[in-house]
Design a binder for this molecule. Structure first.
Ligand SMILES: N[C@@H](CCC(=O)N[C@@H](CS)C(=O)NCC(=O)O)C(=O)O
Length: 252
């Protein structure tokens, strides 16, 4: 096993947050990209829980939550590059914002992306980058996985509407943070707040530079495309697009 071993799921916004923070750190790591529903074996192998992402460091330290992975990355960075500023007040404002993204934005984004996917679209979205044996298994299990996920996450048109409303409200709150043409959400340099928000919003906005598997805007369901078009024009949407262009491939 590699010194830094990251287990993810392609479309998972939490996985994108972990992947992006690892990429910012700039150390080489191995990513095992799993298919939802078939991810348990990979997690079991590293003694993790039931959810992706999970990170194993030097074959001994295990992090099983995207926020813990982001914190681990931050601990590796020198003071002037910290993603959570050392100033306690700014640090706690950013921590609160990130928690709000975790609880109020990410679950809505998952519902938004998945609700109207056909099984073929779901298979395509989940398979990219996964190991060949998982992809093969997925071909005959996808009906059950797709159906199971829809019922587990209660994906239906009325919950979709609710998710659209909540994502829209979240974007409005970010529009306020960006008031006056700011380049970053808090302070004058990139922070955890920018990475976390953009990782989650990037999945909703079908951003081509998304590090995992995002929907392709052209092929996305009509219901999704309509909202994406609108959100991309907001200050928050433009901010996410430019952060991906400027920062997604950068190292700190
Ligand atoms: N709080 C966790 C949430 C992770 C999470 O819910 N991951 C989803 C993918 S988006 C997952 O692995 N679900 C699989 C399952 O629940 O079995 C984190 O931030 O890492």
């Amino acid at each position: 096993m590699a010194n830094l071993y990251l287990v993810t799921m392609g479309p998972s916004p939490y996985s994108e947050k972990a992947r992006w923070s690892m990429d910012l750190l700039g150390r080489s790591y191995t990513e095992e990209r799993c298919i939802p529903g078939l991810h348990r074996a990979a997690l079991k192998r590293i003694h993790a829980g039931n959810t992706c992402p999970a990170l194993v460091v030097h074959k001994k330290d295990l992090f099983t939550d995207s926020s813990d992975i982001l914190r681990w990355v931050d601990a590796q960075l020198p003071g002037h590059q910290k993603l959570f500023p050392e100033d306690p007040i700014q640090g706690s404002v950013i921590k609160d914002f990130c928690q709000r993204c975790d609880t109020k934005l990410a679950p809505e984004v998952i519902a938004f992306v998945q609700t109207f996917l056909t099984r073929a679209q779901f298979v395509e979205l989940c398979s990219k980058g996964a190991a060949e044996d998982q992809v093969k298994k997925f071909r005959w299990m996808s009906f059950f996985i797709h159906f199971g996920l829809k019922s587990k996450l209660k994906l239906n048109p009325s919950n979709f509407k609710m998710s659209v409303k909540r994502i829209g409200q979240f974007f409005e709150s970010v529009d306020h943070l960006l008031h006056g043409g700011k380049n970053y959400l808090y302070g004058d340099k990139i922070s955890a707040a920018d990475i976390v928000f953009a990782s989650y919003a990037g999945a909703a906005l079908c951003i081509p530079e998304y590090g995992g598997n995002a929907l392709n805007f052209q092929d996305a369901p009509d219901e999704v495309r309509e909202e994406v078009k609108r959100w991309r024009e907001t200050a928050a949407g433009k901010f996410v697009q430019s952060l991906y262009k400027d920062w997604r491939k950068r190292r700190l």
